[in-house]
Design a binder for this molecule. Structure first.
Ligand code: UN1
Length: 513
């Protein structure tokens, strides 16, 4: 079906040329280069952004620092009220924003809507959290002394997000940062600037209405080569939350670490599902397909490896291949599509290169791997999702290929399955399909999955916002979104108050002057 995309852009306030710098309600003309954004679905130009230059960035940081001084003094539940209104505003724009996410990034519309829903959900979560920034109280070892810890706002939070979740990852960070009393400077991926512009247009309505100071939520649309290192090394930013590859993440960790700043790193995954003989096979199949080809394999939580018991291997493999051969691949906004395009032609080249390496190392491609051409595929970004039989130790299997390439690996006993499962550098998401409690509990125990997320009878992707999101090992180790992840966005202070007329020292030390 043809959709009038101009109407969507108009509703979101996207012009053909958009400034790439915003401090909340004010848009700034910038000194950076002009960048155009094309849809990977049909290759058409959507609109362009005038990018942020270094001087623009310095100004934004000064505005953010000033804003922090007043924003931190607004009581947390009142900051929560602003976030509540942002959630309401996002509800109003869920459909056009979901469409833009789908059109600019290439995920199917259902997933575009789901992504905006994640934003709404984290707003709701943050509103509640704004009244629950709890610290502990403890009993002092000294008489008439009181001790407690409290959490204070931290300052400017830098959010650097990836192309695959153009809007939700910002919201996970920004909404928690807001209720924590922090201000946010967002550098979105240069592949999806328009989504970031649209988000800021939507949020501006709320900021204006509530007289929120300029600089509480800022946007700096710049390429990583222009602003990346500057931001990571910037002492004005006590916390950098970075989502992206392990390679870049290591550099972020180093640069932020050198100045003893804090970083939350959400890096690559190499997520596996173990399927045991006790699994519900139909459920497992659906979970595997969604996990492996959803978002065209471009989630950090995408399913990359299936570790199958030998007794169910052949049957599962055949059913899976049959499903893959019928997958509807096409324009992300076509409601019949389940697999949209990859984000750009570089991603297509990476996918092809990985397939080549699989064969070179002795793996066998069972289905897929073609780059599609012809009617409907003119953008050159469409591929057929692939399945390959491999061994876990292959160098290519140890890496994350950010595309729909699924590996099948056979196991004999659960011990071995868990070992294969953990034997990769990454540690983000994981799952087991089994109705046997001995197996599932073992998988969740400390001798089981070594990942930050471990699921039973659901797939590896599509985590709810209420949990802490993040992973171990090469995935970086940070946590964001739900649970007590908010603590990373605040500084902790321990307070001891003496209400006696003596000055006893701790540890019973006598010191008489
Ligand atoms: C990511 O791919 O960067 O769990 C985030 C999921 C989504 C978030 C993925 N809720 O798949």
């Amino acid at each position: 079906q043809e959709i009038d995309f101009n109407a969507v852009l108009k509703e979101l306030g996207i012009e053909s040329v958009n400034p790439g710098v915003c401090t909340g309600t004010k848009w700034k003309s910038t000194t950076g280069k002009f960048m155009e954004s094309y849809s990977p679905s049909d290759g058409k130009l959507i609109a362009g952004v005038q990018q942020c230059g270094i001087e623009d960035y310095q100004e934004v940081i000064e505005t953010a620092k000033t804003a922090f001084r007043s924003w931190r003094m607004i009581p947390a539940p009142k900051r929560g009220e602003i976030v509540r209104q942002i959630g309401l505003e996002l509800r109003k724009y869920k459909e056009p924003l979901g469409k833009l996410v789908s059109y600019e990034m290439g995920k199917i519309y259902q997933e575009g809507l789901g992504e905006v829903q994640e934003m709404i959900d984290i707003c709701d979560f943050a509103v509640g959290q704004s009244r629950q920034l709890y610290g502990f109280t403890m009993h002092s070892e000294r008489a008439r002394h009181r001790m407690y810890d409290q959490y204070h706002p931290l300052g400017v939070v830098g959010v650097v997000s990836a192309f695959n979740f153009p809007v939700a990852v910002w919201a996970w960070n920004a909404m928690i940062a807001l209720i924590a009393g922090d201000v946010v400077v967002w550098k979105p991926s240069s592949k999806v600037y328009l989504c970031a512009v649209a988000v800021h247009k939507i949020v501006a309505n709320v900021l204006k209405e509530n007289d929120v100071p300029e600089g509480v939520l800022s946007l700096v649309a710049a390429e990583s080569k222009v602003l990346g290192d500057t931001m990571f090394s910037d002492r004005n930013i006590p916390l950098v939350s970075f989502t992206g590859s392990t390679r870049i993440g290591q550099k972020v960790g180093r640069l932020v670490g050198e100045r003893l700043g804090r970083s939350i790193l959400e890096l690559g995954g190499n997520n596996a599902i173990i399927i045991t003989p006790d699994a519900d096979m139909e459920m497992a199949l659906r979970a595997v397909v969604f996990g492996a080809v959803g978002t065209c394999g471009q989630r950090c939580t995408s399913t990359r490896r299936i570790i199958l018991h030998e007794s169910v291997y052949e049957e599962f493999k055949q059913k899976l291949v049959a499903i893959y051969q019928k997958l509807p691949i096409g324009h992300a906004l076509d409601s019949k599509t389940l697999v949209g395009p990859l984000v750009d032609k570089y991603a297509v080249a990476d996918f092809c290169n990985s397939l080549k390496r699989v064969t070179e190392e002795g793996g066998k491609i069972l289905t897929g791997g073609d780059v599609l051409s012809g009617e409907g595929y003119e953008s050159g970004c469409f591929v057929k999702p692939a399945i390959a039989e491999v061994e876990n130790h292959f160098a290519i299997v140890q890496e994350e290929t950010f595309a729909p390439l699924l590996y099948l690996i056979k196991y004999t006993d659960l011990e071995e399955a868990i070992q294969l499962h953990n034997d990769v550098p990454q540690g983000l998401s994981s799952a087991i399909f089994s109705r046997n409690i001995l197996e599932t509990e073992k998988f969740l125990s400390h001798e089981g999955s070594d990942c930050g997320i471990a699921n039973v009878n659901i797939g590896t992707s599509g985590a709810e916002i209420g949990g802490a999101f993040g992973g171990e090992k090469d995935t970086g180790g940070g946590r964001e979104s739900g649970s007590d992840a908010w603590k990373a966005y605040m500084r902790r202070q321990t307070n001891t108050i003496n209400y006696s007329t003596e000055l006893p020292l701790a540890q019973g030390i006598e010191f008489n002057v």
